[in-house]
Design a protein around this ligand. Structure first.
Ligand code: HMG
Length: 377
């Protein structure tokens, strides 16, 4: 059985800021943020958006009536959970209209969880060949205003359907995983902001890459990779990772395509690697069916994995590339002052402020989240 990614889409919120303007406002050299960090724009969310609204906006583009009937598992990977108990995928199942004979769960391990969710989905499909699994990666990254991590924030979601006989990418079943118990980045449940030991996190991102890459090469020396995607906390770090493991010029060229979207969105945590994959597939002119793409997944704390995916012939026909580019281009630019105001707004103040959003958090009443889907859209 060939199992893999049959459909994939994204959402990147409807607002962004310019990283150049952020540098000017913070009194930082513009070149540090644009070149030293390697980011151009950053997606921003407001109080009526959360991981569930972002996930809905990503998933609605790929879930059709056949999927509504056949999806029997929804895995929501996130580290920005809105509830310690109820899985975010239950809300999503309801608003997407997926059948009731479906399991809904949430998964966590920093930026690694979407990769874990794909592993879980693969195992599920291998036991149930007609199953379709909806895998969501949705996060909002928050370090705080005027912190060194601020320039590496972002928000967005990726939705993927895993099935037998996929039309976009097949799993090569070659994953190598690695775990070490470290405090490089963490988000205690009582804090709205992430805590980070920035330099240490960079060192371990690269150190863990070395661990999984060396072992991957020993075990799978015959797999030829035509491109490599990375978890992208900011594009400069992914570039360093790439330069540490290869000097292949073609792979370097594909890498430029793989960071195009991430430069404009920022770190969407567990979805970042898959945003990079989507960026690569949307922008490459050379990758074709049968080509293998290496994938480096890193989640602080830390779990890393290197694995590969094989492109299916004709994959571009099943990607809505115009829609992905439109989603990036149609975002509204907000000033740094507006972003600072939005940043401190609480979702408990939401009350009927839809801002033209198709799906939004309308209110929190009796500690229950109430969403609204605008019918006319
Ligand atoms: P910082 O201290 O502000 O920056 O923090 P810096 O001083 O390290 O400078 C950054 C780079 O800009 C350096 O380049 C400078 O030389 C360069 P590098 O040494 O890296 O090659 N630079 C310039 N370049 C051109 N022109 C100039 C200029 N000035 C300086 N004028 C840091 C940067 C990334 C540490 C900070 O933003 C941060 O803490 N971010 C959050 C943590 C993070 O993203 N870590 C990444 C690895 S951990 C990870 O990926 C997991 C994560 O996604 C979470 C999860 O798993 O859930 C974060």
């Amino acid at each position: 059985m060939k199992i893999g990614i049959d459909k994939i889409s994204m959402d990147v919120s409807n607002k962004y800021i310019s990283i150049e303007e952020l540098a000017l406002k913070r009194g930082v050299e513009v070149a540090k943020f644009l070149k030293g960090i390697g980011q151009n724009q950053m997606s921003v969310v407001s109080k009526n958006q959360d991981i569930i609204t972002l996930a809905y906006m990503a998933a609605k583009d790929i879930v059709d009536d056949f999927d509504r009937e056949h999806i029997d598992l929804i895995i929501f990977a996130t580290e920005s959970s809105v509830d310690e108990s109820k899985a975010a995928s239950i809300y999503l199942k309801n608003y997407l209209g997926i059948n009731d004979y479906c399991k809904c769960i949430e998964m966590k391990q920093a930026c690694f969880s979407a990769t874990a969710a794909l592993d879980f989905a693969k195992a599920h499909v291998s036991m149930n060949e007609n199953s379709r699994v909806l895998v969501i990666a949705s996060d909002i990254s928050r370090y705080g205003i005027n912190t060194s991590g601020e320039v590496t924030q972002g928000a967005g979601a990726i939705a993927m359907i895993v099935s037998n006989g996929p039309r976009i990418l097949e799993f090569n079943n070659d994953e190598v995983a690695y775990t070490e118990d470290i405090m490089d980045f963490w988000r205690p449940t009582y804090s709205k902001y992430a805590f980070v030991d920035g330099k240490f996190s960079v060192e371990r991102y690269l150190g863990c890459l070395d661990k999984v890459w060396q072992r991957y090469r020993q075990k799978h020396s015959l797999i030829e990779l035509k491109a490599i995607c990375f978890h992208v906390p900011y594009t400069k770090l992914a570039r360093k990772g790439l330069e540490n493991i290869t000097v292949n010029e073609n792979i370097m060229e594909e890498f430029i395509h793989s960071i195009n979207f991430n430069k404009r969105v920022g770190n969407i945590y567990t979805g970042s690697l898959y945003l990079s994959l989507l960026s690569l597939l949307s922008n490459t002119e050379t990758l074709k069916g049968g080509d293998n793409i290496g994938m480096y997944s890193y989640g602080s704390g830390a779990v890393a994995e290197f694995y590969s995916l094989k492109l299916v012939k004709g994959y571009k026909e099943y990607l809505n590339i115009d829609l992905f580019k439109e989603k990036l281009d149609l975002r509204k630019k907000v000033s740094i002052e507006e972003y600072e105001t939005i940043f401190f707004e609480e979702s408990t103040d939401v009350e009927n402020n839809s801002e033209g959003l198709e799906f939004y958090l309308k209110n929190i009443l009796d500690h229950k989240r109430i969403y609204e889907l605008r019918k006319e859209q």
